[in-house]
Design a protein around this ligand. Structure first.
Ligand code: HEM
Length: 152
């Protein structure tokens, strides 16, 4: 069960990364190019929201069964002094939850924009902040040992 969820969580990362980058580029292009907010723009932000919320559910499930989180929980004081345990017990979870909140706000506030430029501008700002947070907390293969995870 743990391995299956972990693989799913790993693969869903790509859907989020790709959708987030597309939504970000389209939001900035729409904002500065004063473009029309189309049904396609709405669909991209909707799929991004759905993938991010699904990832949150899988992540929460993983959090309660992860061996590395369990190890951290046995002594949180000591875990906070260990970069790897701290990353898995607190940093990954909090940065990702904040990132997902920003994606949700980007979608909601974007839709409330008075005109198409305002919609794109709001989305662009929230999605940019979400991208910075999420990209900073992904366990990329070049991260330090214990945090780094393979591409697939
Ligand atoms: C945009 C959101 C997220 C992305 C892109 C993401 C990405 C990843 C990636 C790439 C891995 C490594 C997978 C592997 O080893 O194959 C991972 C592991 C993990 N993530 Fe996330 N994650 C996200 C959100 C969350 C959230 C919200 C939580 C908790 C509430 C969470 C908890 C975990 C846990 C517990 C692990 C596994 C640690 C272990 O190996 O035991 N993730 N995540």
């Amino acid at each position: 069960m743990f391995t299956g969820l972990l693989h799913l969580h790993n693969l869903l990362r790509y859907a989020i990364v790709i959708l987030l980058v597309i939504a970000l580029i389209k939001s900035f292009a729409g904002w500065f190019g004063k473009k029309e907010y189309t049904a396609a723009d709405n669909k991209i932000s909707l799929f991004l929201l759905i993938s991010a919320h699904l990832q949150l559910l899988i992540g929460l499930g993983l959090y309660f069964i992860s061996p590395v989180v369990k190890e951290a929980m046995t002594d949180m004081g000591a875990a906070m002094k260990d970069a790897v345990l701290r990353f898995w017990a607190t940093e990954h979870l909090s940065a990702m939850i904040l990132g997902i909140i920003l994606i949700t706000l980007g979608r909601i506030m974007g839709k409330k924009g008075k005109n198409d430029t305002a919609k794109f501008r709001r989305q662009a700002i929230y999605f940019l902040l979400a991208t910075v947070l999420i990209f900073s907390a992904i366990p990329w293969p070049w991260a330090e040992m214990g945090i780094a995870r393979p591409w697939f």
